[in-house]
Design a protein around this ligand. Structure first.
Ligand code: BES
Ligand code: ZN
Ligand code: ZN
Length: 497
């Protein structure tokens, strides 16, 4: 059996220091953040003084601007012991927030990780808020890791050690946990679909659970049948790889009362479309179709690692959507776990069919709120583009809470409507509902309307991450592939419950 690339945690290689003299710091590279216009009064100005006004001079000559995410390397700068000074731009000072710092630190790391380095030192500014500090650290950790899991010679090499000067210890520690969380989600998405399938995903979940002390149950096909998860089983039937449902429990309130929140993820480890087969172009990146599951696994593990005082359940529906001879068919009618009958019009609209059962499982646990994340529809990407996640809800105050958390983390989201007028679109002639809308218009909303049927009265928000979960092309701050989108938002939400 071939060995898949394993995931490595790096939080333990992130440190703070009490040494604050920038000029004599022993490091392979020193990273300093610069706002647009001038060196300001922060740490950049200390570097400027130590180097006899080098930064100011470069700004004056137009060689250095502080433009957002622009990285400028200076080698052997006089006045510093560091042999490499990297200046990363933050853009306009008044627009700097946690998201900008995440991406700026990530850009710097990404640049520096192109060569092996044993120590890289980041200089935090004293006026950053705790959240900004954490997000900068998380960004720096995500930037040093790329998607070249299977490349013999890596394009990006994680630093031996990362040090934060004038970083507060707790925030640097939390930031490093967040960074590991984002990277775990990216890693799982980046694994090849022949390496990551329902059973192997469940093994990753077991590993994450044992690391953070979470309880975990994995339902195999026998248990799924006993539990009436016929919708999940139907989607999985076209593959020789059986489905799994992962349930992770974390009780941070030290009682086992009802979960404060359920994090539900779509874990389609490969989406061929089934008998409603995708085109080759449409299928190429469909290893990413478990990104919702990866997001929830990563968020839950990080929440547990941070020991947040909440009770949580994470539920991930894992299937491979294939075309085997037992595959579910157009015209099939499935009785979902809830008892609702579903007529299948398109086997490529499989995510909602899987989630129907998973949502019903957590609903019957009587959780206070449900959030799901899924690479659910191409229509959501048509509506909002590649960078923005779509939000859909049956409870505006929960959705507002998600919006606020996303805003705090600098992750773009946009809510789409759930007007009752859309309900008629999923009515079926032969069953309670059908698994697609009447036409292709409003496809992200009709998908959400389908999910809504399975949450009952529980406050629920659905996050369609079909756009932001996967980047076909690299960005300055992140390599292509899995992005870890929404992991930070969900953790931020859990911290503010
Ligand atoms: N996994 C896809 C959605 C998707 C598309 C994710 C692009 C990431 C990038 C989903 O299962 C799907 O195929 N949805 C169909 C639904 C349609 C048949 C109603 C779609 O969006 O085309
Ligand atoms: Zn599909
Ligand atoms: Zn899918």
């Amino acid at each position: 059996m071939k060995k898949e690339p394993s995931f490595q945690y790096y939080a333990s290689s992130v440190h703070t220091t009490t040494q604050h003299d920038l000029s004599s710091f022993q490091t392979d590279a020193l990273v300093v953040f610069l706002s647009e216009g001038d060196v300001g009064r922060g740490k950049a100005s200390e570097i400027d003084q130590a180097t006899n006004g080098l930064l100011s001079k470069l700004i004056e000559q137009g060689e250095l601007s502080g433009e957002r995410y622009q990285c400028t390397s200076l080698f052997e700068p006089a006045g510093l012991t560091a042999s490499h000074l990297l200046i990363v731009g933050l853009g306009k000072r008044e627009h700097v927030d946690a998201g900008v710092l995440f991406r700026a630190a990530s850009s710097a790391s990404r640049q520096l990780a192109t060569s092996p380095r044993s120590i890289v030192t980041f200089v935090a500014d004293a006026h950053w808020t705790d959240t900004q500090m954490e997000q900068a650290v998380a960004g720096a950790m995500s930037g040093m890791i790329g998607q070249d899991l299977y490349r013999s010679k890596k394009k990006q090499v994680p630093f031996g050690k990362m040090i934060w000067i004038s970083g507060k210890k707790d925030e640097v520690h939390n930031g490093s946990l967040l960074g590991d969380g984002v990277n775990l989600a990216r890693h799982l998405v980046n694994l090849a679909p022949d390496d990551l399938y329902p059973e192997s995903f469940a093994e990753h979940a077991r590993a994450a659970a044992s690391k953070t002390g979470m309880e975990i149950e994995v339902w195999d096909e026998k248990k799924l049948a006993q539990e009436g998860c016929r919708a999940m089983l139907a989607v999985g039937r076209g593959s020789y790889r059986p489905p799994r449902l992962v349930l992770m429990h974390y009780n941070g309130r030290n009682d086992s009362s009802q979960p404060d929140i359920a994090l539900v993820g779509k874990g389609v480890t490969f989406d061929s479309g089934g008998l409603s087969l995708k085109t080759p172009d449409g299928m190429l990146h469909m290893k990413c179709d478990m990104a919702g599951g990866a997001t929830m696994l990563s968020a839950a593990s990080t929440i547990a690692a941070m020991k947040l005082p909440i009770n949580l359940v994470a539920a991930i529906g894992l299937v491979e959507n294939m075309t085997g001879s037992a595959a579910y068919k157009l015209g099939d009618v499935i009785t979902a776990r809830s008892g609702t009958t579903v007529e299948i019009h398109n086997t490529d609209a499989e995510g909602r069919v899987v989630l129907a059962d998973v949502l019903d499982v957590v609903r019957s646990m009587n959780t206070k709120r449900i959030i799901d994340a899924a690479t659910l529809t191409g229509a959501c990407v048509v509506a909002l583009g590649l960078d923005v996640a779509g939000l859909f809800t049956n409870n505006q105050s929960l959705c507002d809470h998600v919006i606020k958390s996303a805003h705090d983390m600098g992750e773009p989201v946009w809510q789409l409507p759930m007007f009752p007028e859309y309900d008629s679109q999923i009515k079926s002639e032969v069953a309670d509902i059908k698994n697609v809308g009447d036409g292709r218009w409003g496809g992200a909303i009709t998908a959400a309307k389908f999910l809504e049927q399975f949450v009952g009265d529980t406050p629920w928000t659905h996050i369609d991450i079909a756009g932001p979960a996967f980047a076909e092309r690299p960005r300055p701050w992140i390599d292509g592939g899995g992005t870890g989108a929404l992991v930070r938002t969900l953790i931020s939400l859990a911290r503010s419950l």
